[in-house]
Design a protein around this ligand. Sequence first.
Ligand code: CA
Length: 227
Amino acid sequence: MGPRVLIVEDDPVIAGEVSRALEANGYVIEACSTGRGAIGSASSTNPDLVLLDLGLPDLDGVHVCRLLRAKLPHTPIVIVTARDADIDVVVGLDAGATDYLAKPFTMAVLLARLRAHLRVPVSDPPVTDVVVGALRVDRSAHRAYLDGVEVDLRPKEFALLVALTTEAGRVLTRDRLLEEVWDLKWESSTKTLDMHVHALRRKLGLRADGAPWISTVRSVGYRFELA
Ligand code: CA
């Protein structure tokens, strides 16, 4: 049996198209059209991934996301929003969503995202090294190596690198990074964060394939790219 995907979508046309595309690719589908239905299904079906439309008829989608996250602490939740609803995306990610898709999306993009999230381990991060391509982050020794050569990092730069690489492939919001790295949000600012990201980019350079390690996700935050 393929991975189980819970589709929460009140638009029957979209729900039908997505279900057919996923089933054709070996996924096992459970679909529901309301937030309450999603919360009920989450317990009974224990899905491997949830695709959650934020615009639902009965409950606020972000609230549903929070409830699903509480029930399914390690399950990827991909939220679906109308295009350019940046605020929804930020709030949704802070509510525990793993990633987002903007409508309209193509089935090719959807399938690629699902493959990525079902491949990335979403359990608690291990206490061992984090390896992303040529980069190795030794969290116990507070050191990072690129192709075996140590990268000289200041303490906050290292903490930021740990936060980003531990969840490589996922978008991390600015608020979340500020909380994790600087603890006290009100003593720091997004400018501080941006400066540290800039420093990390300068010290890491580009990957072997010429792509940047850290992508800026407009109006949302940053993503450390999987190699
Ligand atoms: Ca909707």
